[in-house]
Design a protein around this ligand. Structure first.
Ligand code: FE
Length: 369
């Protein structure tokens, strides 16, 4: 019987470590390894499942989960909700929560969940080695609480007939009076904007950031509304001339075969901002072990699996994102290929996410809804 396709060892803290995608390990040998390592065999024999609360719903995720189960024998019980729904459910359930692993998008949400005590720190050599330090939460000595597994860029889109590319090279320029009456964004309080604004705060300081946010409000073509795709469409129609969007919404339109989507992309130019300064803001979709996880070893095994070469491909490509693990490259995605390479901000996304309270206070002061 050949059930285990990935190598697993158990470290001193009884964590499963995914060591290799190549070396098969027979379940009996796995048990023997556990005995040698002094792990709780009883716990391992009884618990072959994992409760996953996920705010991600992409077709390729199905293959991701199926492959994990095939490789480890650990069944995944999935609860899907949107990000706010996952957070609300974790809070309502408290210590009775069956959640073992939580998947959320954006550092602002991950940081919020961390600050509300919904996660627990995790020490994993695999994750420390695989996930760059600026894409996971700060290690306070007990490990990180969450890890980014894919990255998305927050980019500028502009109407090619109405705006010169040179006028929208940077985030800072969006607040310049030359762009008055042209800018559209979704709500300033949306996590995607809170994180971007948090990054600007880290780079430009509080006074410049608040002045910048005020400038953005002054330059609005309309009051903030809708999602990122709505902003792209409004740029194409000319209702707005400039907008902010996460890169994967653009990629979806770029890959769409619908004539109306092609027409949108004909009108719209894309800028990866701040290439001459601190780089384009990138954020993450990430995962964490839930505060009250009962299947701890399985949770660690799953999170470590998400950093494997195979899982990185599925996880990132499924939503037209980039892998968090730098050595993994996506192939066969024309939209990502068209976007090419760009300079990314290397500031800690956790730092940007943690700034959300300060940013929200600024938004309130400048009247950015
Ligand atoms: Fe999104």
């Amino acid at each position: 019987m050949r059930m285990v396709r990935i190598g697993i060892r158990i470290d001193a803290s009884n964590h499963f470590i995914v060591t290799s995608m190549k070396h098969a390990l027979h379940p009996v040998r796995l048990l023997a390894t556990a005995l040698l390592a002094g792990a709780s065999v009883v716990a391992m024999a009884q618990t072959k499942e994992l409760n996953l609360y996920s705010a991600r719903h992409y077709q390729t995720d199905e293959a991701l989960y199926a492959n994990f189960t095939k490789a480890t024998g650990i069944k995944i019980n999935r609860i899907d909700a949107d990000d706010a729904g996952v957070l609300a459910r974790l809070k309502a359930e408290g210590a009775a929560s069956p959640a073992d692993v939580v998947l959320l998008v954006d550092a602002a949400r991950l940081s919020l969940a961390e600050s509300e005590g919904l996660f627990q720190p995790l020490k994993s050599v695999t994750l420390q080695q695989r996930i760059p330090a600026h894409l996971r939460s700060t290690d306070d000595g007990n490990g990180s609480q969450w890890f980014g597994f894919s990255t998305r860029a927050r980019v500028i889109v502009y109407n090619k007939d109405a705006v010169k590319r040179a006028d929208v090279d940077t985030y800072e320029e969006l607040a310049d009076p030359k762009n008055k009456g042209k800018v559209c964004t979704r709500s300033g309080s949306h996590p995607y904007n809170l994180s971007l604004f948090g990054a600007v705060l880290q780079h430009d300081g509080p006074a410049a950031t608040e002045a910048w946010l005020k400038g953005l409000v002054d330059n609005m073509a309309r009051a903030p509304k809708g999602g990122d795709t709505d902003q792209i469409r409004a740029v194409a129609t000319g209702e707005c001339a400039i907008a902010l969007t996460n890169s994967y919404y653009l990629a979806r339109l770029m890959r769409s075969t619908k004539p109306e989507d092609k027409a949108v992309m004909d009108k719209v130019g894309v800028v990866f901002p701040n290439q001459q300064s601190w780089g384009t803001h990138v954020n993450v979709a990430g995962g964490a072990m839930a505060r009250h996880a009962k299947h701890r070893a399985e949770a660690v095994a799953f999170l470590e699996y998400l950093s494997s070469d195979e899982a990185q491909q599925y996880f990132a490509n499924g939503n037209n994102e980039w892998p968090a693990v730098v050595t993994v490259k996506i192939t066969g995605n024309p939209a990502l290929e068209a976007m090419g390479d760009f300079k990314t901000d290397t500031l800690s996304v956790a730092q940007a996410g943690k700034s959300q309270v300060a940013v929200q206070q600024m938004l309130d002061r400048v009247g950015y809804k």
